[in-house]
Design a protein around this ligand. Structure first.
Ligand code: MG
Length: 255
């Protein structure tokens, strides 16, 4: 069921969005050669405790998960692109790191992700992150009252196709509210003018993710981390946005 939020509820959702943005900023600042993924998870966990927020991940146990997630952060490195379970790994020069973070503040969830390169970047990784970022903002720009859900996917998918990337439709964006995953599903490709009519009060996470040379993924033996089938690297960018009469409002905007 798709739920619409009142303007007052969208105001109530702002602190969660702001906090998630602050955590991702702190993680992007900390991520560097020599930093362990478990240190990044602990930083986010400490910020959650200090804020009195609630992790959406730590007890997360969907049907496809082997066991409860147990961490507060997803850290996906290089050929990992989504759902990366933080493990004892120290970031090395040139690693492409995607961090996905969702939590609840005062009963409202926000969800956001970003990709960064630590140390010396490969040009193709910079380009992949740039394309994924442009796809995210094209999707946000299409999130206008009067448009259809398919317009968001079409905007995202067009950026990817123009860059020669393949699109996996297995995982995409989603409604956000009291819980992390609600309706509607927001695929990273679509047909313009088709699907659910976008209207003020719809709050969704838009989250393009792409791999350099494939759209196929497999699950790591840790039961969570999704890796590219051909070993090529991935990038992931996500914001939680609210559709308002004045256009899309990015709740998880970073300073
Ligand atoms: Mg997310």
């Amino acid at each position: 069921m798709i739920e619409l939020r009142t303007p007052a509820q969208i105001e109530e959702m702002r602190p969660a969005g702001r906090f998630v943005g602050e955590v991702l900023t702190a993680l992007a600042d900390k991520a560097a050669v020599g930093v362990n993924l478990l240190e990044l998870d602990e930083l986010a966990h400490q910020m959650i405790r200090d804020r009195g927020a609630e992790s959406c991940y730590i007890d997360y146990h969907p049907s496809f998960g082997a066991s409860p997630f147990g961490k507060v952060l997803c850290t996906s490195v290089n050929d990992a692109v989504l759902h990366g379970l933080p493990h004892d790994y120290t970031l090395a020069d040139g690693d492409l790191l995607s961090v996905d973070f969702a939590c609840s503040v005062d009963g409202w969830v926000a969800d956001s992700a970003l990709s960064v390169v630590v140390g010396t970047p490969r040009p193709e990784d910079v380009a992949l992150i740039d394309t994924t970022t442009r796809a995210l903002y094209a999707g946000i720009e299409a999130a206008q009252a009067g448009n259809k859900l398919g317009d968001i996917g079409h905007a995202i998918g067009s950026v990817a196709r123009d860059a020669g990337l393949k699109i996996n439709l297995q995982f995409g964006g989603h409604g956000v509210g009291r819980t992390m995953h609600g309706d509607p599903h927001v695929p990273n490709d679509g047909r313009p003018g088709r699907g659910f009519p976008l209207q003020p009060g719809l709050v969704i996470a838009i989250e393009p993710w792409f791999l350099h040379t494939t759209d196929e993924i497999y699950t790591d033996k840790d039961g969570w981390t999704l890796r590219s089938a051909d070993g090529s690297r991935g990038a992931h960018m996500e914001h939680t946005i609210a559709i308002t009469p004045d256009g899309p409002l990015v709740l998880t905007a970073r300073a």
